[in-house]
Design a protein around this ligand. Sequence first.
Ligand code: SF4
Length: 280
Amino acid sequence: MPTRILLHACCGPCSLEPVRLLREEDFDPVIYYANSNIHPADEYAHRLETLREWAEGEEVPVIEGTYDADAWEATAGRVGDAAFERFGMVHGPDPHAAEDETAAHAPSIPADSEAAAAREARCRACYRLRFEEAARYAREHGYDTLGTTLSVSPYQYTQVIREELERAAAAEGLTAHFEDYRPFYDEATRRSREGGMYRQNYCGCRFSDAEAEAEREERKAARRAAREAEATDHAEERAAAEAERARHRAEKQAYADKQAKKRAILKAMREKRDGGTDDQ
Ligand code: SF4
């Protein structure tokens, strides 16, 4: 008999692999969509609709939690505003920063800096709000086990997700089933693209929307700078090639002038010689 698990899910694409794996592990997942972090409300509805469309085909029940943007603002939003006031915009975990998984931030912001800690505190508060709601629902509806899909994304704080899931589950007398799903991120990306699913380009909250926009602008500026540097390199190459061609042309001209001069001398000598013969 499969074990029932209430699976907190953030969206459709992130649910694909956890549901597949949980079923393989003989769990019977029921999805709980508790995401008051998502801003604006239209985006929240769009992600939920995408999730539902896919889940229906998979016969996975989806339960919608309470969308309470005010509760999110009063917790994670407040933490995020305080961090922003102090440090400005700080980017989150960077999966490409290093092989070492503790180096979860862009190189310009050391993982142990106060700015990085403040950024992480915002996400911790966000996970906490959502997991506490999911855990409460799980206890009230007879589940023993609580899981989450959030650990699919390499752009999240995996260890913090684990801590908060375990904390929320313990507070309601549940077992936390945590799995690090990051190795399945590429597969989830491939499957969701192939299935034509809506794939959001920011985590969810207003801060992450602005951060993602800034990151896109930074990437665009870096690409533009690379193109300009390449164009400068090519301009130098073109100038060197043109100088080489001019040198060849000058050499050729000098040779032609020399030959013409030689021919003129020979002609003059011939004429002088022929004229001399006539005089005798
Ligand atoms: S970036 Fe994501 S996890 Fe962090 S606070 Fe925003 S919505 Fe929550």
